[in-house]
Design a protein around this ligand. Structure first.
Ligand code: PEP
Length: 250
């Protein structure tokens, strides 16, 4: 059974005071049937680790470097994230792909490095508006996924996927539940052919792109949507808690 998962990507937002104020508020999440994780900027991870100690809310990072250590100024390794209590790391978020040149190959290396450090990567894939309008959505998703899945050292059972149409991120334009479900079903079909039916059925595929409390239930009720990767709405405790509590456990 796939446990629903709500992940809050804070991006480059927050401050020590913000962390102090929002994390205790997240402890109000009522459902024990949903897994919740927050992804603060690197510099707040240790503070978040302390505040979340003993709670069910998990911690993740927004990216990491593929190397273990060395002369890579400004970068952070999987081992460092592990020491700060991270159980998850986002890999290949569209903002990393667009602004920091992360290619499919770099994403593959990072997924491998995360798993080597016992951190579960959340691999983000998604098409741009231009690609969707050109009818290339499935082609793009398949390419981004295959770049990682073709590598035999990947452990599919220690991986989460996130479908995030780029045109829906931070724009207020959410994919309809039906449109998102069609892509999620396509991803699951691909997983069956590349790994096994069991792995495909167990793997969680999150949807991301302007998820808010008022559209979450419709998206999360789709059979192949197993949770949400939430950006903007994860910065407001009430909204994030509302999204977590909209999971229908029946
Ligand atoms: C994201 O950053 O992954 C995201 C989905 O952002 P937003 O919810 O703001 O669209």
């Amino acid at each position: 059974m796939r446990v629903p998962f709500i992940a809050g990507n804070w991006k480059m937002h927050g401050s020590r005071a913000f962390v102090e104020q929002i994390l205790p508020a997240l402890l109000a999440i009522q459902s024990s049937s949903v897994e919740v994780a927050v992804f603060p900027p690197f510099v707040f991870l240790s503070q978040a680790q302390t505040l979340l100690a003993g709670s069910e809310v998990k911690l993740g990072a927004q990216t990491m470097d593929a190397h273990d250590q060395g002369a890579y100024t400004g970068e952070i390794s999987g081992g460092m994230l592990k020491e700060c209590g991270c159980q998850y790391v986002l890999i290949g978020h569209s903002e990393r792909r667009e602004y920091y040149g992360e290619t499919d190959t770099v994403c593959r290396e990072k997924v491998i490095a995360a798993q080597k450090n016992a951190i579960i990567p959340i691999l983000c894939v998604g098409e741009t508006l231009q690609e969707r309008e050109a009818g290339k959505t499935f082609e793009v998703i398949e390419r981004q996924l295959w770049a990682v899945f073709r590598e035999s050292s990947i452990h599919p059972s220690a991986l989460v996927l996130a479908y995030e149409p780029v045109w829906a991120i931070g724009t207020g334009k959410t994919a309809t539940p039906e449109l998102a479900q069609a892509v999620h079903a396509f991803i699951r079909e691909k997983l069956v052919s590349w790994s096994s039916s069991n792995i495909a059925q167990d793997m969680r595929i999150l949807y991301g792109g302007s998820v808010k409390p008022d559209n979450a239930a419709g998206l999360l009720s789709q059979p192949d949507i197993d949770g949400a990767l939430v950006g903007g709405a994860s910065l407001v405790a009430e909204s994030f808690v509302g999204i977590c509590n909209s999971i229908d456990v029946d």
